[in-house]
Structure formats: C-alpha cells, structure tokens
Design a protein around this ligand. Structure first.
Ligand code: E4P
Length: 222
C-alpha cells in the first residue's frame, strides 16, 4: 500500500517527504483554507516537493464549471490529480475530464455503489472516508474491504485511496482490507513511526557500544 500525506502544510509535507516514503499528497478546501495561502501557489509548491499524484479539489458544484475548474487546475502541474465530490455532477465532470486524460480522484465516497459509479465514470482514484463513517457509528474499514472485494471481482482498475484516516490502526487496517493507498495526516505519520521498544533498543545499543569503547577502544573503532 502506498502512502500519501493528507495536508496542505508545506513544512509538514517536506518533513514526511524527507523520510522517503511518500507517493503522493491529497489536499481539500478545508486543508488549503487553514494555511491561508494562494491555492495555485500551494499546489505548485507541493508538486515541487513530492513527485507523485497531488490531489487538488474543485469548489464548483455545477458540471460545466467543475470541468472548467478541473481543466484549469490540471494545467498547474503534470502531477496534479483533479479531486471531485461524488455527486451526480461530479460523476459527469469525471467522465469528461477522464476522457481528456486528466486524472480524477473522486472524494467523499461513503458506499460501494458510489465507488462503483466513480470507477465507471473513469476515476483514477476513489476516496472512501474511513474516519467520518466511524464518527457516525458505521465501520469505515468494512467499507474499504467491501470496495476492494467488489473491485477485485470485477477487475476494476480504479485505485482505492483510504481517506479520513484518524489513527495508526486505520492505516494497518486499510492495508489489510486491500486499499491501494492511504492518505494520512501528519500527526498520524509521527505516531506510526514511533515505538517504545525501538527507542529502548536503540538506547541500549548505543550504551553497550559506548561501554565497550571505554573498555577496549581499539576493538570497536569504526
Ligand atoms: C481526503 O482526501 C480528505 O482530504 C481527508 O482524508 C478528509 O479527512 P477528515 O475526515 O479527517 O477531514
């Protein structure tokens, strides 16, 4: 499973990208608004940091304006993926943009049927929202599993991008459920890399090394 970061914060994206694990970035209007910067500039800056799919979302809701906005956004950089909401006009716009070879990520997906329709409209990615389903007492990971099963059964090529990830367990469970990608917030990446036994083990290795150095410096010299 590939890792994307779900963020529009340049410093956060740079830090996680420096770990060498990122295959892409997703943004949404809320994340971009939080940064208080120019949308196009932010997206282009992100494209310079991460060499992979960079999702940028339209804010129109009418088919024609979604298509125009999508075409405009796609011209910002070759790696831009246009993000559209899973509504009827979003499906229509997805079909048109996909026919123009523009990659589309269909967002705000909450059911298998929505995911199937996104795939039929030519979407490159479909984003089921795990955390927001959990929030309303429905099982978000179960949805990932069901979509993965149905896509596999029907040989659907659209990639499942597990979104609205809230904790490290969501990431593990998304991978087990068959998601191709998980888009993960900065804080969750920080939680994922941390393990008390890693810290304890490293501390011990270095202490043993330093002890040996003190006793027989010539033996352990690097
Ligand atoms: C997906 O691309 C969205 O940006 C994101 O995952 C939404 O997550 P949230 O439910 O935590 O806002």
């Amino acid at each position: 499973m590939k890792f994307f970061i779900d963020s529009a914060n340049i410093e956060h994206i740079k830090e996680i990208a420096s770990w060498g694990i990122l295959s892409g970035v997703t943004t949404n209007p809320s994340l971009v608004a939080k940064e208080g910067k120019d949308f196009k500039q932010v997206v282009q800056q992100i494209c310079e940091i991460v060499d992979g799919s960079i999702s940028a979302e339209v804010i129109s809701t009418e088919t024609e304006s979604m298509i125009e906005e999508g075409k405009e956004i796609s011209r910002w950089h070759k790696n831009v993926t246009v993000k559209l909401p899973t509504i009827p006009n979003g499906l229509s716009a997805c079909r048109v943009l996909s026919n123009h070879n523009i990659k589309v990520n269909m967002t705000l997906c909450f059911s298998v049927n929505q995911a199937l329709m996104c795939a039929s409209a030519g979407a490159s990615y479909v984003s089921p929202f795990v955390g927001r389903l959990d929030d309303i007492n429905q099982n978000g990971i179960e949805l990932i599993k069901e979509i993965a099963e149905v896509f596999h059964l029907h040989n659907v090529k659209t990639e499942i991008l597990s979104a609205s990830i809230r904790n490290p367990l969501h990431v593990t469970e998304s991978a087990k459920a068959g998601a191709h990608i998980a888009t993960i917030p900065y804080q969750v990446f920080k939680q994922m890399v941390q393990h008390p036994l890693t810290d304890k083990g490293l501390e011990r290795f270095l202490a043993d090394w330093n002890d040996a150095m003190l006793k027989k410096p010539s033996v352990v010299k690097v």
